[in-house]
Design a protein around this ligand. Structure first.
Ligand code: FAD
Length: 748
């Protein structure tokens, strides 16, 4: 009789922002439901696992950061497996699966995962399940969900194969007939393809007729008086039509009769219904759902009234940060520009030991918006306890593997402080969070909709209404008024409030004791679930801080402005995105919009160097800049033209994406609109600098479109100039990246 033994496997993750970590934890948590035991470790905890001796299947979940680099906590591991001294059968015994997370908006998609995979294979490891490459640019879950769904079967297959191979070997040994073939000592593994249709292991939810009638009742009732008006919830639906949509969730006969009744009773005309954040349409509204497993709760949170809780009012760990007064705030764009760009000058004279270089960035530490913090506290019913001390501990008997109190939460903070400085309350709720919210939602309609949003069937809706709209948790809670999560759930699911980096737009040589940076005030348009435009967290906060004293570029910047506030920053050095150390090396800079920021620093430094080294030979410098209108958002125009006049900048190529249309219509001549068009027009020069003169190519700014378009343009230019095919051009570009002569500093 086979006895019930839980079979083990190993889960290793490398994670920069916590996504790979939480996926790895999720896998470890549900392993038991599949009759398996997972051993979970971070790749840098090498005392907790031993790949050299590992006989169980190993699952790697790794993200990629920066310019294709491994996350910090995977660096050592990647370095170790890259050792040239390792033999090509070093991991012959190892059986692995790998899920790589990346973002196609950035160069070197999933590079860390690919590097690990390549090395594992070079070292003899065998793959037991097809590698998943999940793209944050379109939604990780598109690949992650089916990949995890198929993983369980694959692990079991690998385990049974390994067991039978082992039995064969033992049998062979027992018969004393060593017939070692090249394959017999390594498990012969079956590569499992992703099976998106395998429903066996997923929770299937059928909405009952009872729930449907509850929907109808709930939908026709008004929301509880303390909550936001329900009319906000269904902006696209005419009166009464929400009932039609909601009733269509029942069985076929239920929905038909409900529909008929509605049509007959209310005389509602046939309308084409629109889905929204809170309302779905068939087929989704009628579909059985596969929702993720409920993540186990793991934190116990209590609030305590204390007499003397020292109220911390600013950012934590102040001593590690640089406090800098803002000494100047200048609006660089005209009042009617689509985007508002602002230059801030910080006084760094209190920190003489901190020297930054052009190309470096600074993290700006900002709090959550006070009104939103208030709203969250009200929503949780904890506003009166906002000054109470928060105690957080691990829930006894939690099923969460490796549960830990988040390290960034100090034990002596108030609830108000927690929501102001510690948790990113603007973060887009992950599906696991939405799943957890289902359990705390009273209203049947709302519960079903939340189930849809976290289900596999509701992927498109989740992407459209939650992810792509950058919906915050607060916006989600406002749209689902019957959802009342406990405080502990928010602490478990909200990520750490992160500082925002900004590129230095100045050189210390030119502005000793000062630091400049430039930012666009980010705006999120109104959408289903967000009735009005919302500003970005940090840029909105900075804007509110400096708005009273903002001056326009070129206008009198009198020094009599009222005192400006101080902010906290910390230096983020970037050792590769620097002007070439060899002054004679030519370089090309591409920085449309605020992407020009670091290049202002590059050019200020170059100007000083030219003054200090009149005899030296300086390489050519090219800058490609682009904006909408010559008179609206041509940032740093005077300074750039000054660099050209002084000879610091050899070529300034500027294009205007909107002006040119008008001029073009008048002249009927095609003009460059975007930086990549201007690059193509100067193809020969640019490729000469890069390929013949050993020069450098820098790109800064928008990661979503511009950086990709520039990359494509560069590839085509190389193809044309070198007369090679696309593959060769790609190799040339890869070589330039490797040599750190094609460098990107991109965001968005
Ligand atoms: P949040 O509330 O955090 O919202 C962020 C959302 O806005 C994201 O969904 C993102 O897709 C979008 N977003 C991010 N940046 C932009 C943008 N510039 N324009 C439109 N949408 C955006 N930004 C600058 O303006 N100037 C800089 O010099 C600069 N340097 C950076 C350097 C580095 C190394 C990095 C990683 C980022 C840099 N950024 C810069 C981006 C900056 O850190 C913030 O992401 C940006 O200002 C939005 O912050 P927020 O808190 O206002 O928006």
């Amino acid at each position: 009789m086979p006895c019930e033994v839980k079979l083990r496997f190993v889960v290793l993750y490398g994670s920069q922002k916590g996504q790979a970590e939480s996926l790895a934890e999720g896998i470890a948590e549900v392993a038991e439901e599949h009759g398996l035991v997972a051993e979970l470790s971070c790749l840098n905890q090498n005392e907790k696992y031993n790949l050299e001796k590992e006989t169980a299947p190993v699952v790697f979940i790794v993200s990629t950061t920066g310019d294709g680099e491994p996350p910090d906590n995977a660096l050592q591991f990647v370095k170790r497996i890259k050792e040239k001294t390792l033999s090509n059968d070093h991991y012959k015994h190892l059986c692995y699966a790998l899920l790589a997370l990346g973002d196609t908006n950035y160069a070197n998609f999933c590079n860390c995962g690919k590097t690990i995979e390549r090395r594992l294979q070079e070292l003899g490891a065998k793959q037991f399940y097809a590698t998943g490459y999940a793209d944050d640019g379109v939604g990780l879950e598109v690949v992650v969900d089916p990949w995890i769904e198929g993983l369980w079967q694959a692990i079991k297959g690998a385990l049974s194969k390994m067991a039978s191979d082992k039995a064969d070997i033992l049998k062979g040994e027992a018969e004393d007939s060593p017939k070692e073939t090249p394959d017999s000592s390594t498990p012969h593994v079956q590569l499992n393809l992703l099976r998106i249709t395998d429903h066996q292991n997923c929770e299937s939810i059928k909405v009952s007729a009872e729930t449907v009638s509850k929907f109808a009742t709930a939908a026709s009732c008004s929301a509880p008086s303390t909550q936001t008006a329900v009319s906000d919830l269904r902006p696209a639906l005419p009166a009464g039509s929400s009932v039609l949509a909601l009733q269509s969730r029942g069985t076929a006969s239920d929905s038909t009769s409900a529909l008929n009744t509605q049509t007959e009773n209310a005389g509602v005309p046939q309308v084409s219904l629109a889905a929204s954040l809170t309302c779905s349409l068939p087929p989704l509204s009628e579909s059985p759902l596969n929702v993720p497993t409920l993540p186990p709760a793991y934190l116990a949170v209590s609030l305590q009234e204390v007499d003397s809780l020292e109220q911390i009012v600013g950012v934590l760990n102040k001593e590690l940060l640089l406090e800098a007064p803002i000494c100047r705030a200048v609006q660089l764009t005209r009042g009617d520009s689509v985007k508002m760009a602002i230059l801030l000058e910080l006084d760094m004279s209190a920190h003489p030991m901190v020297t930054y270089h052009p190309g470096d960035s600074f993290d700006v530490f900002c709090p959550n918006k006070a009104t939103e913090v208030e709203d969250v506290l009200h929503r949780l019913g904890l506003h009166d306890q906002r000054n109470h001390q928060v105690h957080i501990s691990i829930l006894k008997d939690t099923k969460k593997k490796g549960a830990q109190v988040p390290s960034y939460m100090s034990q002596s903070i108030s609830l108000l402080y927690l929501f102001t400085w510690c948790l990113e309350i603007r973060s887009v709720p992950k599906k696991a969070f939405v799943r957890a919210l289902v359990e705390h939602t009273g209203d049947g309609v709302q519960k079903r909709r939340l189930q849809e949003l976290c289900s596999r069937q509701g992927n498109t809706d989740y992407n459209q209404y939650v992810r792509d709209s950058s919906l915050s948790v607060l916006e989600l809670l406002t749209a689902f008024p019957s959802c009342s999560p406990p405080l502990s759930l928010l602490i478990e699911h909200l990520p750490k409030l992160q500082p925002r980096p900004y590129s230095a737009a100045s050189s210390c040589l030119r502005h000793p004791g000062k630091l400049h940076f430039v930012f666009n005030v980010v705006e999120f348009p109104a959408c289903s679930g967000r009735p009005a435009v919302r500003r970005g967290l940090c840029t909105g906060w900075l804007f509110d801080l400096i708005n009273p004293v903002l001056v326009f570029s070129g206008k009198d910047e009198s020094s009599s402005s009222p005192a400006l506030p101080k902010i906290h920053v910390s230096l983020r050095p970037n050792c590769s995105f620097r002007p070439p150390s060899d002054l004679s090396a030519p370089f090309v800079m591409v920085g449309p919009g605020t992407g020009v920021a670091p290049f202002i620093g590059f050019l200020q430094q170059r100007e000083q160097e030219r003054k200090e080294n009149p005899e030296a030979i300086f390489g050519e410098t090219w800058l490609f800049f682009g904006c909408r209108h010559r008179d609206g958002d041509y940032l740093f125009r005077e300074e750039l033209e000054g660099f050209v006049s002084s000879g610091t900048l050899s070529q300034l190529k500027v294009c205007f994406s909107r002006d040119e249309q008008e001029e073009e219509a008048a002249t009927s001549a095609a003009r460059p609109r975007y930086v990549q068009h201007n690059l193509r027009l100067n193809s020969q020069h640019v490729t000469d600098i890069l390929l013949k003169q050993n020069g450098y190519f820098y790109v800064c700014g928008d990661a979503k479109n511009m950086a990709k378009d520039v990359n494509n343009a560069l590839m085509e230019m190389i193809q044309t100039e070198l007369q090679v095919d696309q593959l060769e051009a790609m190799k040339t570009l890869a070589g330039l990246r490797e040599e750190k002569r094609y460098l990107q500093d991109i965001w968005g």
